[in-house]
Design a protein around this ligand. Structure first.
Ligand code: NVA
Length: 310
């Protein structure tokens, strides 16, 4: 059976370290490994809008020696025109891996259950694990290596019930981070995710804190991250998803509670003046462009690693 990457804890802490070390090698030499030489194709299927995912997987697969095959979800209509299982059985005979951005986590789990090739989650409503690998790589890059990750205080503020919050909890705990998640009542993570993150943290020396107090979340933080208050799929709730989040905006005042040299991350797209101010995202502590680039290196490492497991 192939290995899949559907949520952050599909990699053990040791496996996550291997992927991040390989990603550092890809940062140094973009062609250090070419596991898709031939070329072999990778299907990149997306049911939601995309920029970074399309660019980083397309460029990444090409740099691995492969052929990136973009499949438009609007044309394929996976699960509507034909079942997820039937789509998967067609794809896995022709490609070396399947990358999918979709809605419910159960959709990608259904694909992985039948796929004979690795399936990679390129964002679902539940998780965005490729982004967390890129974020961890960014912190490693700026703090002196993968071994420097454990013990870092990593604060995420904003919509603490979304895919990024869930993935920071699981992926951050795997890396031994002290993960602090701050969001308003009603927008906090599922108890099961928090419990799973705490279970992982107990094995890595990390820790997990969920709070409604944004100042408590960022106090002494080495890294401060945020994300849009209105995720893809939540557009109908855009009006009600403003006022509750205002205290969680990453501005200079909130950032004053973090360490002086704190790194600021945002997975993008960013809405300046909403979840983050222009001064912060365009300021000296922002690492968002490194973070966006690191999607490329992290996903190349992930694909290389997954293809080696079979
Ligand atoms: N939480 C956001 C992340 C975008 C990369 C969304 O799901 O839209």
């Amino acid at each position: 059976m192939p290995r899949h990457f559907l949520r952050d804890d599909d990699l053990t802490p040791a496996e996550q370290r291997q992927v991040l070390e390989l990603a550092m090698a890809f940062r140094d030499d973009r062609h250090v490994r070419t596991p898709l030489a031939g070329p072999r194709a990778v299907a990149i299927l997306t049911d939601k809008p995309t920029l970074r995912t399309q660019v980083s997987f397309t460029a990444g697969v090409a740099e691995l020696g492969g052929y990136p095959l973009m499949v438009d979800g609007k044309l394929a209509q996976v699960g509507v025109r034909e079942s997820i299982a039937d789509v998967t059985r067609v794809l896995d005979r022709q490609v070396a891996a399947i990358v999918w951005r979709t809605y419910g986590q159960e959709r990608i789990e259904e694909m992985a259950a039948v796929s004979r090739v690795p399936v990679v989650n390129a964002l679902t409503d539940g998780f965005h694990p490729c982004q967390i690998l890129a974020d961890l790589l960014t912190v490693a890059q700026l703090r002196g290596g993968v071994e420097a990750l454990a013990g870092q205080v990593f604060a995420y503020v904003g919509d603490a019930a979304n895919n990024m919050a869930n993935s920071y909890l699981l992926g951050g705990a795997s890396a031994g981070l002290h993960v602090r998640v701050g969001g308003p009542e009603g927008y906090q993570p599922d108890a099961a995710i928090v419990a799973r993150a705490a279970e992982i943290a107990a094995t890595t020396g990390g820790s997990v804190l969920v709070t409604a107090d944004p100042k408590e979340a960022v106090a002494g933080a080495d890294v401060v991250a945020t994300d849009t208050w209105v995720s893809m799929g939540d557009e109908d709730e855009a009006a009600e998803r403003q006022q509750p989040f205002v205290p969680y905006r990453v501005d200079d005042a909130l950032l004053a509670g973090a360490k002086d040299d704190a790194i600021v991350l945002h997975c993008l797209p960013a809405y300046r003046g909403k979840e983050i101010t222009a001064e912060v995202i365009d300021g000296p502590r922002s690492a968002v462009w490194d973070e966006a680039e690191n999607r490329l290196h992290a996903q190349k490492a992930l694909l290389t690693w997954l293809l080696e497991q079979r």
